[in-house]
Design a protein around this ligand. Structure first.
Ligand SMILES: NC(=O)c1ccc[n+]([C@@H]2O[C@H](COP(=O)([O-])OP(=O)(O)OC[C@H]3O[C@@H](n4cnc5c(N)ncnc54)[C@H](O)[C@@H]3O)[C@@H](O)[C@H]2O)c1
Ligand SMILES: O=C(O)C[C@H](O)C(=O)O
Ligand SMILES: [Mn+2]
Length: 570
């Protein structure tokens, strides 16, 4: 898939060129380029290849012991030289994804104000709302923008409100788009909407660099978000707008508000729903059952939990032909006060906007008997999904109860980062004698199986295995919206690549090391569906999708530069 490097006309010279991560090549500038761009005396004499540069950077990386130190090192490479950064990561994808993304990025975000060195991305702050358009244009003028990743940082992974540090989730998600789907980093914009924070330790920290103010809520918040979305629509009407880690009261609401007006994607709702559906499709392939045969407990009925339930429910309707009400009846949603029942709702202990579809209506759920263990035992659940941030919630008793009535219980502790996992996969495996089909949200090592069977590879059911492909498919086909049918097409493509389809003892999902190939398939499926259903905004047909996708992928290779005063300037 490698493309021939192009020659680029550049007007940047000397220091400005070395300081520009998009164009900087460091020691890889050729002798001719050094002459032409005023770099001869600015660099040591030896010209390196990208291979040599990657080798040097990898060795430097390995001198850092802790993942967070490696994360900081890689961030410094990123702000110096994009080609080196993405090339290095691509060569060690499996090893380095957990360093630049979940779980290590959570630590980097929590420490953002203390470890701050150099800004990356667009900071739109409530107190500067008046200059929002000017600030937006300052960073985007003259650029092609295909993708905008934005967070208001209220619910960063499972670690809650992180204020301005939330820029780190936008930049990490966008780096994964580039690494895995080949979205050109020059065509992406990473945004944090800094509307204050309710995180007391940040507010109390004199080194906190975000807006030191309580979170803005209500009409003022809505107006601020709307101002931003309208800017996106006005200046980049064909971009994909990716929402990440918004709070539970806003995530679904904003998605519904804007999805008919622009290509909007909420990763925690839709990306998580899609990857979890693919995992479950793979699991029911192993157990030779149907989605609609399952009785599913979702523990943690927030943004992700509800997104997952809705996605799987809709798939039951489409794939198994069951009625929507019957499919909804397969779910048991549990939150802090226990199972979500009519009684709980009447007592005002469910979220106000929680949909009735997933509230149990049976009369005989008595208070005090709706804990996770009670529900597992009573309904004989076959699938247990964790999106609660409640570490260790799937106790031995719960896991054993799952295995007591079910030959191959599906256990998906999806909370991130690793320390918040509802059950360690090794325990889930041991406590069920190797019967459980397991996937987690963060990466874990394979687990030992009884009777000398080969180790069981724990699938990483993280939305990063699918969102880059969903987004790329949408961008490639210039779709005006990312429709449910496009999401389903991408999900089917992922599910079809499950290793467990060929070998039931293998992992439920492809390995993250294969994420680029996997996401290519996902993107192609999404774009084909967009064209077929008329959502696409391109002139070409389905038969061209694969080749167009290949051509559109950005790859980390150096281009040759020639100096031209009329050429690209910063
Ligand atoms: N694997 C993935 O791809 C993926 C994707 C999105 C979110 N997540 C993870 O899922 C978790 C939740 O994320 P979210 O965005 O849905 O957050 P959220 O705040 O919207 O939802 C969490 C829900 O869990 C409930 N909860 C908290 N403590 C509980 C307890 N002790 N018992 C029962 N319920 C409890 C909360 O009341 C809330 O409704 C996070 O850890 C996040 O990292 C994983
Ligand atoms: O960021 C991740 O690793 C997945 C997900 O979007 C989350 O919020 O946990
Ligand atoms: Mn998220």
């Amino acid at each position: 898939m490698t493309k021939t490097p192009r020659t680029l006309k550049l007007a940047l010279r000397g220091e400005a060129l070395l300081e520009h991560p998009q164009y900087n090549k460091g020691t890889a500038f050729s002798a001719r380029e050094r002459n032409e761009f005023g770099l001869v005396g600015r660099l040591p004499v030896k010209v390196n290849t990208l291979d040599h540069q990657c080798e040097r950077a990898y060795q430097q990386l390995k001198t850092a012991e802790k993942p967070i130190q490696q994360n900081e090192f890689l961030q410094s490479v990123k702000v110096q030289n994009w080609v080196l950064y993405y090339s290095l990561l691509g060569r060690h994808l499996r090893e380095l994804m957990p360093i630049i993304y979940t779980p290590t990025e959570a630590e980097a975000i929590a420490n953002y104000s203390r470890s701050f060195r150099r800004p990356e991305g667009l900071f739109l702050t409530f107190c500067n709302a008046d200059s929002m358009e000017a600030d937006y244009l300052e960073q985007t003028r003259g650029r092609t923008i295909d993708l905008i990743v934005c967070s208001d940082a209220e619910a960063i992974l499972g670690i809650g409100d992180q204020g301005v540090g939330g820029i780190g989730i936008s930049t990490a998600k966008s780096a994964v788009y580039t690494l895995v789907a080949g979205i050109d980093p020059a065509n992406t914009l990473c945004v944090v909407l800094d509307v204050g924070t309710n995180n007391k330790s940040l507010l109390d920290d004199p080194l906190y660099i975000g807006w030191p103010h309580a979170r803005v809520r209500g009409a003022e918040y809505d107006a601020f978000v709307d101002k931003f979305v309208q800017l996106v629509r006005k200046h980049h009407p064909h971009s994909l707008l990716h929402f990440e880690d918004f709070g539970v009261d806003n995530a679904q609401r904003l998605l519904e508000l804007y999805r008919d007006k622009h290509a909007v994607f909420n990763d925690d709702v839709q990306g998580t729903g899609a990857v979890t559906l693919a995992t479950l499709m793979s699991a029911v392939g192993v157990t030779k059952s149907k989605l609609s045969d399952q009785r599913i407990i979702v523990y943690g009925a927030g943004t992700a939990g509800l997104g997952i339930a809705a996605q799987i429910r809709d798939a039951m309707v489409v794939m198994d032909g069951v009625r929507k009400e019957d499919a909804s009846g397969k779910f048991y949603m549990i939150d802090k006060f226990g199972l979500l029942t009519k009684g709980l709702k009447q007592a005002g202990k469910t979220r106000q906007n929680f949909p009735d579809d997933f509230i149990r209506t049976e009369d005989d759920w008595t208070e005090g008997q709706t804990s996770l263990l009670d529900v597992v035992k009573r309904v004989k659940a076959t699938v247990l999904i964790g999106t609660s941030t409640h570490a260790g919630a799937f106790t031995r008793e719960v896991v054993e109860a799952m295995a007591a009535h079910c030959d191959r219980p599906v256990i998906l502790p999806l909370s991130n980062p690793s320390k918040l996992v509802e059950v360690h996969p090794k325990d889930a495996n041991d406590w069920t004698g190797g019967k459980a089909l397991i996937a987690t949200g963060s990466p874990f090592e394979p687990v030992k199986m009884p009777n000398g069977k080969k180790d069981y590879v724990i699938a990483e059911c993280n939305n990063a295995l699918i969102y880059p492909g969903l987004g790329f498919g949408c961008i490639l086909s210039k779709s005006r919206s990312l429709t449910d049918t496009m999401l389903i097409a991408g999900t089917r493509a992922l599910a079809s690549l499950s290793p467990a389809l060929k070998d039931p003892d293998d992992s439920l999902l492809p390995d993250f090391g294969d994420a680029p190939d996997v996401n290519f398939h996902v993107a192609v499926a999404v774009a084909e569906q967009a064209i077929e259903e008329g959502s696409a905004g391109v002139e070409w047909g389905k038969d061209e999708v694969k080749e167009r996708a290949r051509q559109a992928r950005w790859e980390p290779v150096y281009q040759e530069y020639v100096y031209d005063v009329e050429g690209l300037r910063d």
